[in-house]
Design a protein around this ligand. Structure first.
Ligand code: NFS
Length: 670
């Protein structure tokens, strides 16, 4: 494939990103956008046809029927590559959960600095779920037991991962029958690495079964653990006002951007930035204070809880440095580009690594430790403030959007019914009546090989027009935020008539920002509670819902896709397929791709497909939603039935008889 330099419109739809890419060009500096253009992907590896698991290779299988030196077929190689990616993705999310669990244990035992048990109600709810005694016990005692239970999930060797009991009864039974319930988080990840070592598991269905088992250690393991504990320590999200895009950086303040994933340090940095000692220190340096903002999922963690602005999503990490206005970019784990450090050398920005697990050559390392969290957070901020005087010329794009994030599953439950009758009933009823055609979860990354934010926002906008309620997490949520779709009634002119009625009646944006990528566990919880509420079948695979990652790039995304499939969801991935194989392969040799779409649907009721056209993603989503509606015998979606606000319609209905009301609402007499 020849090198191809793209136009600005092909690189990104985001005006702030365009402005910074022009600045990069003017300064002669490269970014991931430029590097992606300069280096087309290897078409053998990208299609999953390369095996480099041993020293006899790498083997490149470019002809139908060819094998690796050991005799491995292309199907085996593709399945092994997928299992390894899922193991890495699950390891990342789960290790995040492990750090949270150890911190909860330390907080419960008074060994930390700066943290408190903030959401005692959630602590009690979660503990009670696992039969941890709560009555007459202090929050610290309960938290200690919950931390022990969660820590034990990682090293457990036999039995079942405890959080899988949060799935529907039917789903748990299915998993047990299929033998895919994870025994322990670390055990499944290790077994995946073992099985994919040279000379081990070579049977595609058997490998893909382990892919499912391993992915569940993420969605029904580490991610649920991470979300629960983040809520307990930092508060369960509820709607809050925030802002997104590079325009949140401030010319007259010390800009500190936190980037990565674990909220442990970023939350403490937010606390420290408001400390009078730090404000005074910043003022003494000539700034008006410290302006905190975030990139990637750590941005989402502090955005959904405190409304701390998001400077951008994955592809904006370098662009933030290009503003010249960032004193420090403080990173922990995951999604951090090595290029940040060399780029920062052209400016005054300090890239500060903080995790014992992640160092980058030539970055400043200030190691984080939860036992001295507040002190370390202040130390880091002082390094940033000291750097303010070194700031050169800046260019901050005047581009930012307001948004209302913070839709935890607890809040969604509450908002639908109020304090005393919180319930998913109104949501289920809205789907059953056809006001809401179905639900789409649009999640995941940016990828410089796609047009940044284009797929996310195109698919989101098209589905909203079709009365599909959209929930989002991760970098997809930040993309929608930048487009103004997360702002209450401001986005409603772009929404179908039935969904609009619901949004107006409840007072919610048409796109609900549910948090970071580990918070996809919240989406599993919402879907489970919808299934348990009744009227939409008795399990996730019957709900008219689809998951999409239109611009995926990370191994974590593949792990998420797989646990969503195992939970019964249809998942669509945009952009490239790591399993596309040979261009002219005939269907019977597309074993792995077919397995993911056909066999997984037979087994789990969910499936994974790779689709690279945005309109096709929309069309397949709607087809699936309508198929599920038909299977539930719900009325066919008909937008013309709706169009007035909930209140206006209720007024009209009052004059009708009960039968007529039922007919008007559900299309059938009672
Ligand atoms: Ni998810 Fe979050 Fe963004 Fe993708 Fe990276 S930040 S964990 S992996 S790029 S959504």
């Amino acid at each position: 494939m020849a090198k191809k330099e793209r136009t600005m419109d092909e690189r990104t739809i985001d005006p702030a990103s365009k402005e910074m890419l022009i600045r990069a060009d003017e300064l002669g500096l490269g970014t991931a956008f430029h590097r992606a253009e300069a280096m087309p992907p290897c078409n053998i590896g990208a299609a999953g046809m390369c095996c480099k698991f041993c020293g006899m290779g790498p083997c490149r299988l470019t002809k139908d029927g060819s094998t690796g030196v050991c005799g491995a077929t292309i199907d085996t190689i593709q399945a092994r590559n997928l299992v390894r990616a899922i193991a890495a993705g699950s390891a990342a999310h789960s290790d995040h959960g492990r750090d949270m669990a150890f911190t909860l244990k330390a907080v419960a035992n008074g060994e930390t600095e700066g943290y408190v048990l903030r959401d005692i109600a959630k602590l009690r709810t979660v503990a009670a779920f696992y039969d941890i005694p709560i009555e007459g016990r202090s929050p610290e005692e309960i938290a200690n037991d919950l931390a022990d239970l969660y820590i034990a999930q990682f090293g457990q060797q036999k039995g079942e991962l405890a959080p899988i009991r949060r799935a529907t009864e039917k789903r748990q039974k299915l998993w047990r029958e299929l033998g895919v319930v994870p025994r322990g988080i670390d055990r499944e990840v290790v077994e995946s690495l073992h099985r994919t070592h040279m000379g081990d598991d070579q049977h595609v269905p058997h490998l893909l079964e382990q892919a499912v088992r391993t992915s569940m250690t993420d969605g029904w393991g580490g991610s649920i653990i991470a979300t629960d504990i983040a809520d307990i320590l930092f508060g369960t999200p509820a709607p809050v006002v925030g802002q997104a895009n590079l325009g949140v950086l401030k010319d007259d303040m010390v800009n500190v951007v936190v980037h990565g994933h674990e909220p442990l340090l970023s939350q403490m940095m937010v606390v420290a930035s408001q400390d009078p000692e730090i404000i005074e220190y910043a003022e003494a340096a000539g700034a008006k204070g410290v302006n905190m903002s975030g990139i990637c999922c750590t941005a989402n963690e502090i955005l959904v809880r405190q409304g701390v602005p998001a400077a951008g999503n994955f592809l904006q990490q370098e662009l933030a440095i290009l503003t010249g206005a960032v004193e420090a970019m403080v990173v922990d784990v995951q999604c951090i580009m090595q290029a940040l450090v060399s780029l920062s050398e052209n400016f005054h920005t300090k890239v500060i690594t903080t995790s014992p697990k992640v160092r980058i050559t030539n970055a400043t390392h200030i190691e984080f430790n939860e036992h001295k969290a507040l002190t370390i957070a202040k130390d880091i901020l002082k390094v940033a403030i000291d750097n303010y005087k070194n700031r050169g010329e800046t260019q901050i794009p005047d581009v930012r959007s307001d948004l209302v994030p913070g839709f935890s599953h607890e809040y969604i439950n509450y908002m639908l019914g109020g304090t005393y009758r919180s319930s998913f009933r109104p949501l289920n009823d809205a789907i059953m009546s056809g006001r809401i055609r179905g639900v789409a979860a649009i999640v995941g990354c940016n990828n410089p090989r796609s047009t940044q934010d284009h797929f996310h926002t195109y698919v989101t906008k098209e589905l909203l027009k079709q009365d599909v309620l959209v929930v989002e997490t991760g970098c997809g949520a930040i993309a929608a935020a930048k487009l103004g779709l997360l702002l209450g009634e401001a986005g409603l002119d772009k929404v179908g008539p039935g969904l609009r009625e619901i949004c107006e009646t409840i007072g919610i944006p048409p796109v609900l920002h549910m948090g970071s990528c580990v918070d996809n566990s919240r989406i599993l919880t919402v879907l489970t509670q919808m299934a348990e509420e009744g009227g939409l079948g008795d399990d996730i695979d019957q709900i008219p819902a689809v998951g999409l990652a239109p611009e995926w790039m990370s191994e974590k995304a593949l792990a998420i896709a797989t646990y969503c499939v195992a939970s019964g969801a249809y998942v669509i991935f945009g952009g490239s397929s790591p399993l596309s194989g040979m261009p002219d392969r005939v269907s019977d040799s597309d074993l792995v791709l077919n397995y993911l779409s056909v066999e997984w649907e037979n087994l789990y009721g969910g499936k994974l497909e790779f689709i690279n056209e945005a309109d096709e993603m929309v069309q397949k989503t709607l087809e699936h939603i309508d198929k599920k509606r038909a299977a539930l015998k719900l009325p066919e979606y008909d937008a013309s039935k709706f169009g007035k606000s909930g209140d206006a319609r209720m007024g009209e209905l009052e004059s009708l008889s009960f039968e007529e009301q039922q007919k008007a609402l559900y299309g059938v007499p009672a």
